[in-house]
Design a protein around this ligand. Structure first.
Ligand SMILES: [Zn+2]
Length: 350
C-alpha cells in the first residue's frame, strides 16, 4: 500500500516536471519568435557585432546548401569556417573601430558595418586589420554592365563593327526564337538579365543595364557606349543561340574577342576571354548543361566598341526542345543567373 502511494506520487512528480519543462520550452520559443533573434554566441564569445544570421544566409546560399538552416549550425560554420574564401571570423575583431580607423575605405564601401566586415574578411588578415585598398576596390566598386541582347524590333541600318572600321554590320539583329516555347530571344534574355542583376547586387556589385524593357531602339554601338559611359569594369552580353541544322545541339558557350584585335588592348582581350570562359564554365556547372568550346572573334560590334573586358554568353539553344523549354522557366533562369554570378566572382577572384 505504502509502496503504491509512493509510486503514484513519483508518477505525479514526473508528470509535473514534464509539464514544467514543456511550459519552459514553449516560453523560450515564444520569446525567440517575438524578438526574432538568432544565436550569436559561440563557445562563450559574442559575434553579434559582426554576424547576422539573416544577412549571412541570404548572402551565402552555398553555406545554407551545405549546413542547412539550423541557426546554431550556421553560426558554428560562420565561426569555424568563415567566408567561403577561407578567412576565419575572429571575435576580437571590432568592426566599429575598424570602420572609424579606415576612413579611406569610405569612398569604396560607403556606410554600414557589414561591408566593412566582409571586406576585412576578404582582404584583411588574421589579427592584421590593415586592409589592402587596391584589392578591395576589385569587389566593392566593380561595376558590371549587363546587356540583354536584341530588342522587340531589329535595326537593319548598318554601323561600323569597330572604331574607325570600314566593315559594317546591322545595328541590331532580331535574334533567334524558341521553336517550342514560342518566345523570342529578347524576351528570354531580359528575364535572365534582371535575375542576374538582383543576384549580383546581393553580392555587392554595382550593376548597369543597357535595357530593362523590350521596346527600345539600341544599336550594338549604343550598348557598348552605355557600358563605357558608366565606366563599367566588365560587360556581359546575354544571348541565346539557335540553329536550323537539327535540334540536337545544346549547351552554354562563351564568346569574346580574339587575339590581335585591332580595336582593343591585349589586356582587355584576355580579360574578355577569361570572363567568357568563367561564365560558361560556372553556368554549365550550375545547370548541368555542357560547356561548349569558347569562340573568339573580332567581328562583334558590341565587343569591339566596349572599352572593358566584354563577353557574350550564349546561354542555350532555343532550337533544342528541352533547352528551349528550360530557358523559358523562371526557376531555370534563376539557376543560370546564380551560375553566371559565380562566373563573375570567379573572374574577379582571378
Ligand atoms: Zn542573340
Amino acid at each position: 500500500m505504502n509502496k503504491g502511494i509512493n509510486g503514484s506520487m513519483k508518477k505525479q512528480g514526473t508528470i509535473l516536471l514534464m509539464l514544467a519543462m514543456a511550459l519552459l520550452l514553449i516560453f523560450a520559443r515564444a520569446e525567440t519568435a517575438q524578438a526574432e533573434t538568432y544565436p550569436t554566441v559561440y563557445n562563450g564569445k559574442h559575434y553579434n557585432r559582426v554576424y547576422s544570421y539573416k544577412y549571412y544566409t541570404r548572402t551565402h546560399p552555398s553555406v545554407v546548401k551545405a549546413v542547412g538552416t539550423d541557426p546554431e549550425k550556421v553560426l558554428q560554420y560562420f565561426v569555424l569556417c568563415g567566408m567561403p574564401r577561407g578567412h576565419q571570423a575572429i571575435s576580437s575583431f571590432n568592426v566599429k573601430e575598424y570602420y572609424e580607423s579606415h576612413k579611406s575605405l569610405r569612398k569604396i564601401l560607403g556606410k554600414g558595418y557589414r561591408k566593412y566586415y566582409l571586406y576585412y574578411q576578404l582582404y584583411g588578415r588574421f589579427g592584421d586589420e590593415s586592409a589592402k585598398a587596391k584589392k578591395g576596390i576589385k569587389i566593392f566598386s566593380t561595376t558590371v554592365c549587363l546587356d540583354p541582347g536584341h530588342q522587340s524590333r531589329g535595326m537593319s541600318a548598318r554601323e561600323p563593327i569597330g572604331p574607325g572600321s570600314g566593315t559594317y554590320k546591322a545595328k541590331c539583329s532580331s535574334g533567334t526564337y524558341g521553336r517550342w516555347s514560342r518566345l523570342n530571344e529578347y524576351q528570354v534574355v531580359i528575364k535572365i538579365a534582371l535575375k542576374l542583376r538582383t543576384e549580383l547586387q546581393a553580392r555587392g556589385y554595382n550593376v548597369v543595364m543597357t535595357r530593362t524593357r523590350n521596346d527600345v531602339r539600341l544599336s550594338n554601338i549604343d550598348r557598348a557606349q552605355i557600358a563605357n559611359k558608366n565606366k563599367a569594369d566588365l560587360m556581359i552580353r546575354l544571348h541565346c543561340d539557335g540553329q536550323d541544322y537539327g535540334s540536337w545541339l545544346h549547351g552554354a558557350r562563351g564568346m569574346a574577342a580574339a587575339g590581335g584585335n585591332r580595336y582593343l588592348s591585349a589586356k582587355t582581350v584576355s580579360g574578355g576571354q577569361n570572363l567568357a570562359r568563367q561564365l560558361a564554365r560556372c553556368q554549365s556547372k550550375a545547370t548541368g548543361q555542357p560547356m561548349l568550346e569558347t569562340l573568339y572573334t573580332n567581328e562583334m560590334t558590341g565587343i569591339n566598341w566596349a572599352k572593358m573586358p566584354c563577353a557574350i554568353i550564349e546561354m542555350g539553344y532555343m532550337s533544342n526542345p528541352s533547352e528551349d523549354l528550360n530557358l523559358a522557366r523562371s526557376s531555370y533562369q534563376e539557376t543560370i543567373a546564380k551560375g553566371l554570378a559565380n562566373g563573375v566572382d570567379a573572374y574577379i577572384a582571378g
